[in-house]
Design a protein around this ligand. Sequence first.
Ligand SMILES: Cc1cc2nc3c(=O)[nH]c(=O)nc-3n(C[C@H](O)[C@H](O)[C@H](O)COP(=O)(O)O)c2cc1C
Length: 471
Amino acid sequence: MASITVRNLDDSVKDLLRQLAAQNGVSMEEQLRLMIRDGVTGRLPAAGSSQPQPVATATRAPGDASGTLAGKRVLLIISGGIAAYKSLDLIRRLRERGTAVRCVMTAAAQEFVTALSVGALSADHVFSDLFDRQDEHDIGHIRLSREADLIVVAPATADLMAKAANGLANDLASTVLLATDKPVLMAPAMNPRMWNHKATRRNRATLEKDGIALVGPNSGEMAESGEAGAGRMAEPLEIVAAIEALLAPGPKPLAGRRIIVTSGPTHEPIDPVRYIANRSSGKQGHAIAAALARLGADVRLVSGPVSIADPEGVSTVHVERAEEMRDVVEQLLPADAAIFVAAVADWRTASSAGEKIKKQAGNGPPSLKMVENPDILAGIGHHRQRPYLVIGFAAETENLLANAQAKLAKKGADFIVANDVSHAGGVMGGDRNRVRIVAKSGVEDWPDMTKEDVAARLAELVAERLKSVEV
Ligand SMILES: Cc1cc2nc3c(=O)[nH]c(=O)nc-3n(C[C@H](O)[C@H](O)[C@H](O)COP(=O)(O)O)c2cc1C
Protein backbone atom coordinates (compact mmCIF):
# COMPACT_ATOMS: atom_id res chain seq x y z
CA MET A 1 0.00 0.00 0.00
CA ALA A 2 1.33 3.49 -0.89
CA SER A 3 2.02 5.96 1.92
CA ILE A 4 2.19 9.77 1.95
CA THR A 5 4.71 11.67 4.07
CA VAL A 6 3.49 15.12 5.17
CA ARG A 7 7.00 16.55 4.98
CA ASN A 8 7.20 15.70 1.28
CA LEU A 9 4.05 17.63 0.36
CA ASP A 10 4.14 21.04 -1.36
CA ASP A 11 4.47 24.03 0.95
CA SER A 12 1.04 25.39 0.04
CA VAL A 13 -0.60 22.04 0.79
CA LYS A 14 1.30 21.80 4.06
CA ASP A 15 0.16 25.32 5.04
CA LEU A 16 -3.46 24.45 4.37
CA LEU A 17 -3.06 21.19 6.21
CA ARG A 18 -1.47 22.92 9.19
CA GLN A 19 -4.26 25.50 9.47
CA LEU A 20 -6.97 22.89 9.20
CA ALA A 21 -5.24 20.61 11.68
CA ALA A 22 -4.88 23.45 14.20
CA GLN A 23 -8.48 24.47 13.72
CA ASN A 24 -9.70 20.96 14.27
CA GLY A 25 -7.34 20.00 17.06
CA VAL A 26 -5.91 16.99 15.24
CA SER A 27 -2.46 16.08 13.91
CA MET A 28 -1.48 16.96 10.35
CA GLU A 29 -1.41 13.27 9.50
CA GLU A 30 -4.93 12.78 10.90
CA GLN A 31 -6.08 15.88 9.03
CA LEU A 32 -4.69 14.46 5.80
CA ARG A 33 -6.45 11.17 6.41
CA LEU A 34 -9.75 13.01 7.00
CA MET A 35 -9.26 15.07 3.85
CA ILE A 36 -8.62 11.98 1.73
CA ARG A 37 -11.71 10.39 3.22
CA ASP A 38 -13.78 13.55 2.68
CA GLY A 39 -12.38 13.86 -0.84
CA VAL A 40 -13.68 10.41 -1.59
CA THR A 41 -17.10 11.32 -0.17
CA GLY A 42 -17.09 14.74 -1.89
CA ARG A 43 -16.73 16.90 1.23
CA LEU A 44 -13.39 18.62 0.51
CA PRO A 45 -13.28 22.44 0.19
CA ALA A 46 -13.69 23.48 -3.45
CA ALA A 47 -10.41 23.79 -5.33
CA GLY A 48 -9.19 27.38 -5.22
CA SER A 49 -11.18 28.26 -2.11
CA SER A 50 -8.72 30.21 0.02
CA GLN A 51 -10.47 29.68 3.34
CA PRO A 52 -9.88 26.26 4.85
CA GLN A 53 -13.17 24.72 5.98
CA PRO A 54 -13.46 22.86 9.25
CA VAL A 55 -13.90 19.15 8.82
CA ALA A 56 -17.37 18.25 9.97
CA THR A 57 -16.36 15.17 11.88
CA ALA A 58 -13.50 16.72 13.84
CA THR A 59 -14.36 18.07 17.26
CA ARG A 60 -12.81 21.16 18.85
CA ALA A 61 -11.09 20.47 22.13
CA PRO A 62 -12.76 21.95 25.23
CA GLY A 63 -11.59 25.02 27.12
CA ASP A 64 -11.92 27.79 24.55
CA ALA A 65 -14.21 29.87 26.71
CA SER A 66 -13.32 33.33 25.46
CA GLY A 67 -12.05 32.41 22.03
CA THR A 68 -9.49 35.23 22.13
CA LEU A 69 -6.64 32.89 21.20
CA ALA A 70 -8.51 30.91 18.55
CA GLY A 71 -6.76 31.00 15.20
CA LYS A 72 -3.57 32.58 16.61
CA ARG A 73 -0.17 31.06 15.85
CA VAL A 74 2.45 30.69 18.57
CA LEU A 75 6.03 29.62 17.98
CA LEU A 76 7.09 27.99 21.24
CA ILE A 77 10.82 27.75 21.91
CA ILE A 78 11.62 25.21 24.60
CA SER A 79 15.07 25.55 26.11
CA GLY A 80 16.93 23.22 28.44
CA GLY A 81 15.58 23.53 31.96
CA ILE A 82 13.78 21.18 34.31
CA ALA A 83 10.58 23.18 33.77
CA ALA A 84 10.48 21.94 30.14
CA TYR A 85 7.96 19.32 31.29
CA LYS A 86 5.49 22.14 32.02
CA SER A 87 5.73 23.25 28.39
CA LEU A 88 3.93 20.08 27.37
CA ASP A 89 0.95 21.26 29.39
CA LEU A 90 1.34 24.75 27.93
CA ILE A 91 1.05 23.30 24.41
CA ARG A 92 -2.09 21.44 25.42
CA ARG A 93 -3.62 24.55 27.04
CA LEU A 94 -2.95 26.63 23.96
CA ARG A 95 -4.33 24.05 21.56
CA GLU A 96 -7.47 23.72 23.70
CA ARG A 97 -7.97 27.38 22.89
CA GLY A 98 -7.66 26.83 19.17
CA THR A 99 -4.10 28.19 18.95
CA ALA A 100 -1.68 26.61 16.47
CA VAL A 101 1.57 25.81 18.26
CA ARG A 102 4.78 25.11 16.38
CA CYS A 103 7.80 24.20 18.48
CA VAL A 104 11.53 24.75 18.39
CA MET A 105 13.63 22.81 20.88
CA THR A 106 17.22 23.50 21.85
CA ALA A 107 19.59 20.55 22.08
CA ALA A 108 19.53 20.87 25.88
CA ALA A 109 15.70 20.88 25.93
CA GLN A 110 15.77 17.42 24.36
CA GLU A 111 17.60 16.14 27.43
CA PHE A 112 14.50 16.97 29.47
CA VAL A 113 11.54 16.20 27.15
CA THR A 114 11.46 14.37 23.84
CA ALA A 115 10.69 15.87 20.46
CA LEU A 116 8.26 12.97 20.09
CA SER A 117 6.06 14.22 22.97
CA VAL A 118 6.32 17.83 21.84
CA GLY A 119 5.45 16.87 18.26
CA ALA A 120 2.54 14.68 19.34
CA LEU A 121 1.06 17.43 21.50
CA SER A 122 1.62 20.23 19.02
CA ALA A 123 0.58 18.04 16.08
CA ASP A 124 3.37 19.53 14.04
CA HIS A 125 6.94 18.91 13.07
CA VAL A 126 9.40 19.94 15.81
CA PHE A 127 12.34 22.05 14.70
CA SER A 128 15.69 21.85 16.45
CA ASP A 129 18.57 21.93 14.00
CA LEU A 130 19.60 25.14 12.29
CA PHE A 131 21.46 23.17 9.64
CA ASP A 132 18.82 20.51 8.91
CA ARG A 133 18.67 20.74 5.13
CA GLN A 134 15.13 19.47 4.87
CA ASP A 135 13.76 21.82 7.54
CA GLU A 136 15.65 24.76 6.11
CA HIS A 137 14.28 23.93 2.68
CA ASP A 138 10.70 23.36 3.92
CA ILE A 139 10.28 26.31 6.26
CA GLY A 140 13.63 27.99 6.89
CA HIS A 141 14.58 29.79 10.06
CA ILE A 142 13.48 33.17 8.71
CA ARG A 143 9.97 31.96 7.87
CA LEU A 144 9.84 30.09 11.16
CA SER A 145 10.55 33.31 13.01
CA ARG A 146 8.01 35.33 11.06
CA GLU A 147 5.13 32.90 10.55
CA ALA A 148 3.80 33.33 14.06
CA ASP A 149 1.79 35.97 15.83
CA LEU A 150 3.97 35.59 18.90
CA ILE A 151 7.15 33.80 19.94
CA VAL A 152 7.05 32.29 23.43
CA VAL A 153 10.18 30.99 25.13
CA ALA A 154 9.20 28.60 27.93
CA PRO A 155 11.19 27.70 29.81
CA ALA A 156 13.70 30.44 29.08
CA THR A 157 17.06 29.30 30.44
CA ALA A 158 19.65 31.71 31.79
CA ASP A 159 21.74 30.65 28.80
CA LEU A 160 19.15 31.45 26.14
CA MET A 161 18.28 34.75 27.83
CA ALA A 162 21.97 35.66 27.78
CA LYS A 163 22.23 34.78 24.11
CA ALA A 164 19.13 36.77 23.19
CA ALA A 165 20.25 39.77 25.26
CA ASN A 166 23.55 39.81 23.42
CA GLY A 167 22.32 39.04 19.92
CA LEU A 168 24.01 35.66 19.62
CA ALA A 169 22.68 33.31 16.97
CA ASN A 170 24.56 30.02 17.14
CA ASP A 171 21.66 27.58 17.15
CA LEU A 172 18.12 27.50 15.77
CA ALA A 173 16.43 28.96 18.89
CA SER A 174 18.75 31.95 19.23
CA THR A 175 18.79 32.54 15.44
CA VAL A 176 14.98 32.58 15.34
CA LEU A 177 14.95 35.09 18.22
CA LEU A 178 17.38 37.34 16.38
CA ALA A 179 15.61 37.02 13.02
CA THR A 180 12.09 37.70 14.24
CA ASP A 181 10.03 40.84 13.84
CA LYS A 182 7.26 39.43 16.04
CA PRO A 183 6.62 40.11 19.75
CA VAL A 184 8.47 37.80 22.12
CA LEU A 185 7.37 36.57 25.56
CA MET A 186 9.83 34.74 27.83
CA ALA A 187 9.00 32.61 30.86
CA PRO A 188 12.33 32.39 32.73
CA ALA A 189 12.99 29.31 34.85
CA MET A 190 16.16 28.69 36.75
CA ASN A 191 17.77 28.19 40.11
CA PRO A 192 17.25 31.27 42.39
CA ARG A 193 21.00 31.91 42.48
CA MET A 194 21.14 31.95 38.70
CA TRP A 195 18.10 34.26 38.56
CA ASN A 196 19.64 36.68 41.07
CA HIS A 197 23.11 36.60 39.54
CA LYS A 198 24.28 40.02 38.36
CA ALA A 199 24.77 38.72 34.81
CA THR A 200 21.17 37.44 34.60
CA ARG A 201 19.89 40.73 36.06
CA ARG A 202 21.80 42.64 33.39
CA ASN A 203 20.47 40.36 30.64
CA ARG A 204 16.94 40.68 31.98
CA ALA A 205 17.13 44.46 31.96
CA THR A 206 18.50 44.42 28.40
CA LEU A 207 15.75 42.10 27.20
CA GLU A 208 13.07 44.26 28.80
CA LYS A 209 14.62 47.37 27.25
CA ASP A 210 14.52 45.59 23.90
CA GLY A 211 10.76 45.16 24.33
CA ILE A 212 10.73 41.48 25.26
CA ALA A 213 7.92 40.67 27.69
CA LEU A 214 8.60 38.44 30.68
CA VAL A 215 6.12 36.38 32.65
CA GLY A 216 7.31 35.17 36.05
CA PRO A 217 9.35 33.64 37.42
CA ASN A 218 7.43 32.82 40.58
CA SER A 219 8.84 32.25 44.02
CA GLY A 220 8.59 29.02 45.91
CA GLU A 221 9.91 25.47 45.99
CA MET A 222 12.06 24.56 43.02
CA ALA A 223 11.96 21.21 41.21
CA GLU A 224 15.42 20.47 42.66
CA SER A 225 14.93 19.23 46.19
CA GLY A 226 15.80 21.63 48.97
CA GLU A 227 15.87 24.73 46.75
CA ALA A 228 13.45 27.62 47.16
CA GLY A 229 13.26 31.24 46.04
CA ALA A 230 12.51 33.22 42.87
CA GLY A 231 13.11 31.25 39.68
CA ARG A 232 10.22 28.83 39.30
CA MET A 233 8.63 29.04 35.86
CA ALA A 234 5.19 30.67 35.75
CA GLU A 235 2.40 28.10 35.60
CA PRO A 236 1.08 27.21 32.12
CA LEU A 237 -2.19 29.08 32.72
CA GLU A 238 -0.29 32.21 33.81
CA ILE A 239 1.67 31.99 30.57
CA VAL A 240 -1.58 31.59 28.64
CA ALA A 241 -2.91 34.73 30.38
CA ALA A 242 0.25 36.64 29.44
CA ILE A 243 -0.11 35.43 25.84
CA GLU A 244 -3.72 36.56 25.84
CA ALA A 245 -2.71 39.97 27.20
CA LEU A 246 -0.20 40.36 24.36
CA LEU A 247 -2.25 38.94 21.51
CA ALA A 248 -5.74 39.92 22.47
CA PRO A 249 -5.54 42.74 24.99
CA GLY A 250 -8.81 43.14 26.81
CA PRO A 251 -10.62 46.39 27.55
CA LYS A 252 -8.73 48.95 29.66
CA PRO A 253 -11.46 50.61 31.73
CA LEU A 254 -8.86 51.99 34.17
CA ALA A 255 -6.66 53.65 31.54
CA GLY A 256 -5.64 57.10 32.78
CA ARG A 257 -6.40 56.24 36.42
CA ARG A 258 -3.74 56.45 39.07
CA ILE A 259 -4.22 53.96 41.89
CA ILE A 260 -2.16 53.48 45.05
CA VAL A 261 -1.97 49.99 46.57
CA THR A 262 -0.16 49.00 49.76
CA SER A 263 0.89 45.42 50.34
CA GLY A 264 2.84 43.11 52.66
CA PRO A 265 3.75 43.51 56.30
CA THR A 266 5.77 46.26 57.93
CA HIS A 267 8.89 45.63 59.97
CA GLU A 268 9.23 47.76 63.09
CA PRO A 269 12.80 47.70 64.37
CA ILE A 270 13.70 46.91 67.97
CA ASP A 271 17.43 47.23 67.36
CA PRO A 272 19.60 46.89 64.22
CA VAL A 273 18.98 43.13 63.99
CA ARG A 274 15.54 42.54 65.52
CA TYR A 275 12.11 43.71 64.44
CA ILE A 276 8.39 43.21 65.03
CA ALA A 277 6.62 41.75 62.00
CA ASN A 278 3.52 39.80 61.00
CA ARG A 279 2.72 36.89 58.70
CA SER A 280 1.48 38.89 55.69
CA SER A 281 3.07 37.57 52.45
CA GLY A 282 1.98 40.39 50.15
CA LYS A 283 0.32 37.88 47.78
CA GLN A 284 -3.12 39.51 47.93
CA GLY A 285 -1.91 43.11 47.64
CA HIS A 286 0.49 42.29 44.82
CA ALA A 287 -2.24 40.38 42.95
CA ILE A 288 -4.56 43.39 43.28
CA ALA A 289 -1.88 45.73 41.95
CA ALA A 290 -1.32 43.41 38.96
CA ALA A 291 -5.06 43.06 38.28
CA LEU A 292 -5.55 46.85 38.29
CA ALA A 293 -2.58 47.26 35.94
CA ARG A 294 -4.10 44.71 33.56
CA LEU A 295 -7.18 46.93 33.36
CA GLY A 296 -4.93 49.80 32.32
CA ALA A 297 -4.40 51.64 35.63
CA ASP A 298 -1.17 53.43 36.47
CA VAL A 299 -0.54 51.50 39.68
CA ARG A 300 1.82 52.67 42.41
CA LEU A 301 2.47 49.79 44.79
CA VAL A 302 3.98 50.53 48.19
CA SER A 303 5.27 47.23 49.47
CA GLY A 304 6.57 46.21 52.86
CA PRO A 305 9.29 43.52 53.02
CA VAL A 306 8.08 40.45 51.07
CA SER A 307 9.78 37.58 49.31
CA ILE A 308 7.62 37.63 46.18
CA ALA A 309 8.52 39.39 42.92
CA ASP A 310 7.28 42.88 42.06
CA PRO A 311 4.15 42.54 39.92
CA GLU A 312 4.41 43.15 36.20
CA GLY A 313 3.44 46.51 34.79
CA VAL A 314 3.37 48.16 38.20
CA SER A 315 5.67 50.77 39.68
CA THR A 316 6.75 49.47 43.09
CA VAL A 317 8.29 51.36 46.02
CA HIS A 318 9.80 49.21 48.78
CA VAL A 319 9.55 50.33 52.40
CA GLU A 320 10.09 48.74 55.78
CA ARG A 321 8.32 50.68 58.51
CA ALA A 322 4.74 51.95 58.84
CA GLU A 323 5.89 55.58 59.02
CA GLU A 324 7.84 55.13 55.78
CA MET A 325 4.79 53.57 54.15
CA ARG A 326 2.62 56.52 55.25
CA ASP A 327 5.14 59.04 53.90
CA VAL A 328 5.41 57.34 50.51
CA VAL A 329 1.62 56.99 50.18
CA GLU A 330 1.17 60.72 50.93
CA GLN A 331 3.83 61.63 48.37
CA LEU A 332 1.96 59.60 45.76
CA LEU A 333 -1.23 61.67 46.12
CA PRO A 334 -3.29 62.77 44.25
CA ALA A 335 -4.76 59.49 43.04
CA ASP A 336 -8.14 58.29 41.80
CA ALA A 337 -8.23 55.37 44.22
CA ALA A 338 -6.20 53.89 47.06
CA ILE A 339 -6.42 50.33 48.29
CA PHE A 340 -4.79 49.55 51.61
CA VAL A 341 -4.02 45.86 51.68
CA ALA A 342 -0.79 45.99 53.73
CA ALA A 343 -0.87 44.54 57.22
CA VAL A 344 0.60 47.59 58.90
CA ALA A 345 1.89 47.07 62.43
CA ASP A 346 -0.37 48.86 64.92
CA TRP A 347 2.54 49.61 67.21
CA ARG A 348 6.25 50.25 67.03
CA THR A 349 8.85 50.58 69.73
CA ALA A 350 9.13 54.12 71.10
CA SER A 351 12.77 54.13 70.06
CA SER A 352 14.96 51.65 68.25
CA ALA A 353 18.23 50.86 69.99
CA GLY A 354 21.26 52.05 68.00
CA GLU A 355 23.22 48.92 68.93
CA LYS A 356 22.13 45.31 69.31
CA ILE A 357 20.51 44.89 72.73
CA LYS A 358 22.81 42.56 74.68
CA LYS A 359 21.62 39.70 76.84
CA GLN A 360 23.15 40.32 80.25
CA ALA A 361 23.19 37.80 83.04
CA GLY A 362 20.85 38.81 85.87
CA ASN A 363 19.16 41.67 83.96
CA GLY A 364 16.26 39.63 82.55
CA PRO A 365 14.54 40.49 79.28
CA PRO A 366 14.39 44.17 78.23
CA SER A 367 11.00 45.85 78.42
CA LEU A 368 9.89 47.41 75.17
CA LYS A 369 7.93 50.65 75.30
CA MET A 370 5.47 50.67 72.43
CA VAL A 371 3.79 53.62 70.74
CA GLU A 372 1.01 53.69 68.16
CA ASN A 373 1.85 53.72 64.47
CA PRO A 374 0.14 56.13 62.09
CA ASP A 375 -3.21 54.85 60.81
CA ILE A 376 -2.53 55.13 57.07
CA LEU A 377 -6.04 54.19 55.95
CA ALA A 378 -7.73 56.71 58.27
CA GLY A 379 -5.15 59.35 57.34
CA ILE A 380 -5.94 59.04 53.64
CA GLY A 381 -9.67 58.48 54.24
CA HIS A 382 -9.84 61.94 55.84
CA HIS A 383 -7.09 63.60 53.79
CA ARG A 384 -7.73 66.89 51.99
CA GLN A 385 -6.52 65.14 48.82
CA ARG A 386 -8.61 62.06 49.52
CA PRO A 387 -8.81 59.82 46.43
CA TYR A 388 -12.31 59.36 45.03
CA LEU A 389 -12.31 55.75 46.16
CA VAL A 390 -10.69 54.52 49.38
CA ILE A 391 -10.71 50.80 50.18
CA GLY A 392 -9.28 49.22 53.32
CA PHE A 393 -8.65 45.61 54.26
CA ALA A 394 -9.66 44.36 57.67
CA ALA A 395 -7.76 41.28 58.74
CA GLU A 396 -9.68 39.97 61.70
CA THR A 397 -9.67 36.82 63.75
CA GLU A 398 -13.02 37.42 65.49
CA ASN A 399 -16.20 39.53 65.13
CA LEU A 400 -15.27 39.98 61.49
CA LEU A 401 -18.32 41.90 60.33
CA ALA A 402 -18.82 44.08 63.39
CA ASN A 403 -15.17 45.11 63.32
CA ALA A 404 -15.24 45.80 59.57
CA GLN A 405 -18.38 47.91 59.88
CA ALA A 406 -16.89 49.94 62.73
CA LYS A 407 -13.72 50.44 60.67
CA LEU A 408 -15.68 51.68 57.66
CA ALA A 409 -17.12 54.62 59.53
CA LYS A 410 -14.05 55.45 61.59
CA LYS A 411 -11.58 55.38 58.72
CA GLY A 412 -13.54 57.25 56.07
CA ALA A 413 -13.37 54.28 53.66
CA ASP A 414 -15.84 53.47 50.88
CA PHE A 415 -15.40 49.74 51.32
CA ILE A 416 -13.74 47.46 53.78
CA VAL A 417 -12.65 44.10 52.44
CA ALA A 418 -12.97 41.88 55.48
CA ASN A 419 -11.10 38.61 55.64
CA ASP A 420 -10.80 36.11 58.42
CA VAL A 421 -7.10 35.60 59.05
CA SER A 422 -7.44 33.21 61.97
CA HIS A 423 -4.76 30.54 61.68
CA ALA A 424 -7.16 27.73 60.70
CA GLY A 425 -8.20 29.58 57.53
CA GLY A 426 -4.61 29.72 56.20
CA VAL A 427 -5.24 33.11 54.54
CA MET A 428 -2.02 34.74 55.78
CA GLY A 429 0.66 33.46 53.41
CA GLY A 430 -1.77 31.10 51.61
CA ASP A 431 -3.02 31.24 48.01
CA ARG A 432 -6.75 31.49 48.66
CA ASN A 433 -9.02 34.00 50.32
CA ARG A 434 -12.65 34.36 51.27
CA VAL A 435 -13.69 37.95 51.68
CA ARG A 436 -16.72 40.08 52.39
CA ILE A 437 -17.11 43.49 50.88
CA VAL A 438 -18.51 45.75 53.56
CA ALA A 439 -20.03 49.02 52.34
CA LYS A 440 -22.48 51.47 53.85
CA SER A 441 -25.17 50.01 51.62
CA GLY A 442 -24.62 46.44 52.80
CA VAL A 443 -22.36 43.43 52.78
CA GLU A 444 -21.45 41.23 49.82
CA ASP A 445 -20.14 37.74 50.51
CA TRP A 446 -17.64 36.45 47.96
CA PRO A 447 -17.00 32.72 47.77
CA ASP A 448 -13.65 31.13 48.61
CA MET A 449 -11.33 31.70 45.62
CA THR A 450 -7.70 32.23 44.69
CA LYS A 451 -6.14 35.53 45.64
CA GLU A 452 -5.76 36.25 41.90
CA ASP A 453 -9.51 35.81 41.43
CA VAL A 454 -10.27 38.07 44.42
CA ALA A 455 -7.92 40.62 42.86
CA ALA A 456 -9.54 40.42 39.42
CA ARG A 457 -13.02 40.82 40.90
CA LEU A 458 -11.96 43.74 43.09
CA ALA A 459 -10.32 45.43 40.09
CA GLU A 460 -13.62 45.12 38.20
CA LEU A 461 -15.40 46.67 41.17
CA VAL A 462 -12.95 49.58 41.22
CA ALA A 463 -13.41 50.08 37.46
CA GLU A 464 -17.18 50.07 37.93
CA ARG A 465 -17.01 52.65 40.73
CA LEU A 466 -14.65 54.95 38.84
CA LYS A 467 -16.66 54.74 35.61
CA SER A 468 -18.74 57.78 36.36
CA VAL A 469 -15.86 59.87 37.73
CA GLU A 470 -14.13 62.18 35.26
CA VAL A 471 -10.51 61.34 34.49
C1 LIG B 1 19.53 18.73 35.59
C2 LIG B 1 19.73 20.07 35.00
C3 LIG B 1 18.77 21.03 35.18
C4 LIG B 1 18.92 22.32 34.65
N1 LIG B 1 17.95 23.23 34.85
C5 LIG B 1 18.11 24.48 34.36
C6 LIG B 1 17.11 25.46 34.57
O1 LIG B 1 16.06 25.21 35.18
N2 LIG B 1 17.32 26.70 34.08
C7 LIG B 1 18.46 27.03 33.40
O2 LIG B 1 18.61 28.19 33.02
N3 LIG B 1 19.41 26.11 33.18
C8 LIG B 1 19.27 24.85 33.63
N4 LIG B 1 20.24 23.91 33.41
C9 LIG B 1 21.42 24.28 32.63
C10 LIG B 1 21.09 24.31 31.14
O3 LIG B 1 20.57 23.06 30.73
C11 LIG B 1 22.35 24.67 30.35
O4 LIG B 1 22.73 26.00 30.66
C12 LIG B 1 22.15 24.52 28.87
O5 LIG B 1 23.34 24.87 28.21
C13 LIG B 1 21.04 25.42 28.36
O6 LIG B 1 20.97 25.30 26.97
P1 LIG B 1 19.85 26.06 26.12
O7 LIG B 1 19.74 27.44 26.63
O8 LIG B 1 20.40 26.01 24.71
O9 LIG B 1 18.62 25.25 26.22
C14 LIG B 1 20.09 22.63 33.91
C15 LIG B 1 21.05 21.64 33.71
C16 LIG B 1 20.87 20.38 34.25
C17 LIG B 1 21.94 19.35 34.02
